[in-house]
Design a protein around this ligand. Structure first.
Ligand SMILES: Cc1cc2nc3c(=O)[nH]c(=O)nc-3n(C[C@H](O)[C@H](O)[C@H](O)COP(=O)(O)O)c2cc1C
Length: 186
């Protein structure tokens, strides 16, 4: 049976470094791919209206977040991609991640909600300018993956795009190859 990947694409610019690495990674064989480009999706930020508390955890917004949750129930793998923007992920990722609030608040538990079936995740981050890694972006995307029930999470990073474009980043390309082989062989 063909395995499936849920792709959450938090790019800001189409055809940029983040998009390039994501395309390279996804070009890895016979997977069914369901990609949500957050920039083009209709996803509203949580407004803390507390509708979910009175409606069994149901969010008041009926938008593309539903597609993410639905697909998370059936997909085998998860890929999340984002550029670093002022030390964190793109706003598109922050918007979407806020929507786990309904599951979190309604569960009445301090542990993270886990939406969907257990899966493996890859997170792709690119940054340049201030240089170095972004602990916050790693934390936010890791949280996103965990709440979509990722049991293992690997990072593919390219953090000096001001000096080396991701397409010329040998370490990032090596990691892509390693992760592609792992996913194809499991
Ligand atoms: C608004 C904005 C803010 C940014 N903030 C950071 C930052 O805080 N740290 C960093 O390393 N790079 C930062 N960058 C650089 C981008 O993360 C970097 O160029 C990235 O590779 C862009 O990805 P893209 O080509 O897919 O758009 C910023 C870029 C923009 C446009």
């Amino acid at each position: 049976m063909i395995k499936s990947i849920l792709v959450i694409n938090g790019l800001v610019k189409k055809g940029g470094n983040t998009d390039f690495l994501l395309r390279q990674f996804l070009n890895c064989g016979d997977f069914q791919i369901k990609e949500i480009v957050l920039r083009d999706a209709k996803i509203t930020h949580c407004t803390n209206c507390e509708y979910c508390l009175k409606h069994n955890g149901k969010c008041c917004f009926d938008d593309d977040m539903k597609v993410i949750f639905d697909y998370s129930n059936s997909c085998d793998y998860l890929a999340i991609a984002s550029p670093i923007v002022f030390g964190n992920t793109s706003g598109y990722i922050s918007n979407a991640v806020s929507r786990f609030q309904s599951a979190y608040r309604y569960s009445n538990s301090s542990s993270l909600p886990k939406v969907g079936k257990p899966k493996k995740a890859v997170i792709i981050l690119t940054g340049g300018g201030s240089g170095g890694k972004s602990a916050m972006a790693e934390k936010t995307t890791r949280l996103f993956a965990k709440m979509l029930n990722a049991k293992s999470i690997e990072f593919i990073t390219s953090y000096n795009t001001d000096k080396i474009e991701s397409k010329d980043d040998a370490a990032a390309m090596d990691k892509i190859n390693i992760m592609q082989k792992e996913w194809i062989n499991t």
